[in-house]
Design a protein around this ligand. Structure first.
Ligand code: ZN
Length: 295
């Protein structure tokens, strides 16, 4: 385990314990989230060493890498997933006149496959061997195992996406400064992350599935992600709520809390979370941020 002394966003050394929770899905170990007193950024601290993190990923719940399971939950999950891919593709096309796109953490490749069909040149990065091989074998995609962004030349991409990836990254400043170099001037960076300012986070507290300890190291709010990206010269252009995430997170949170997914309760909380976000009382369970690169 490694203790972080300085806030990764504002470098402050002042931090409080924010929440004690658990890895409910794999190790059942306890972890702590701290809050930077100065900029309010939440991060998992202490955190497992990077070389040990693989031990926390082996889980049946981690179904983003598989698409052949049975049951109502997985049936619904696949429908939502297909819808999400269409929505994400349209979002990319509408926000960026992109010819060259990089998707970091592309999983089994459905999103970039959808972009390739729209005549966008796409490269994916996926460290999981099983997911990567599916992407390559099923769709003949260009997917790299190497996560080091220095493998790409400066200004290689018009756009880069990270769908639920930045919360997993150890050195967020190094990643963002590499992105700064490989995205062309006025190019687009799309980042989707969970939002702990959502109603579902407030309801479930330590059971909120999107804390996802310890594999989520960084827990962003709109304020803290904007500050991080602004530090590196990115400008926030747009913020979009992800309406399906509240339902998925509520199902998993119910399971962590009671051992049962409780579909009706999860559906109700999903509706309430979205309503609360629409009315401005809280925010969506997950948020997509669109940044432009100012050089
Ligand atoms: Zn801070």
């Amino acid at each position: 385990m490694k203790k972080i002394k300085q806030c990764p966003i504002c470098k402050s050394k002042k931090q409080n314990t924010f929440l004690k929770s658990r890895d409910y899905s794999v190790s059942k170990k306890d972890f702590t989230i701290v809050k930077c007193i100065d900029c309010k950024f939440l991060f998992t601290n202490p955190r497992p060493e990077e070389r040990d993190m693989g031990d926390y990923y082996i889980s049946d719940n981690y179904i983003s890498h598989t698409n052949n399971k049975k049951g109502l939950f997985n049936y619904l999950y696949q429908i939502v997933r297909k819808h999400a891919i269409v929505t994400k593709t349209k979002l990319l096309i509408n926000t960026s006149a992109t010819r060259n796109h990089l998707d970091i953490g592309c999983g089994t490749g459905e999103f970039i496959n959808s972009c390739v069909k729209r005549n966008i040149n796409c490269i994916g990065i996926e460290p999981s061997r099983i997911a990567r091989e599916k992407a390559i074998n099923n769709y003949k995609l260009n997917v790299k195992a190497d996560t080091d962004l220095n493998q790409f030349k400066n200004n290689s991409f018009d756009s880069v996406s990270m769908w639920h990836v930045l919360e997993h990254i150890y050195d967020i400043n190094n990643t963002i400064s590499c992105l700064k170099n490989i995205i062309r001037e006025e190019g687009t960076l799309i980042v989707a992350v969970p939002n702990h300012k959502s109603l579902d986070a407030k309801i479930y507290k330590k059971y909120w599935a999107a804390w996802d300890l310890p594999i989520h190291l960084n827990h962003f709010s709109p304020l803290t992600i904007n500050r991080l990206l602004k530090n590196h010269g990115f400008k926030l252009e747009k913020k979009i709520g992800m309406k399906f995430d509240a339902f998925y997170v509520a199902l998993l949170s119910n399971e962590y809390k009671s051992g049962n997914k409780q579909f009706i309760k999860a559906f109700t909380i999903g509706i309430l979370s979205n309503l609360s976000a629409i009315l401005g009382f809280s925010q969506y369970s997950s948020t997509i941020y669109i940044f432009s690169n100012k050089k």
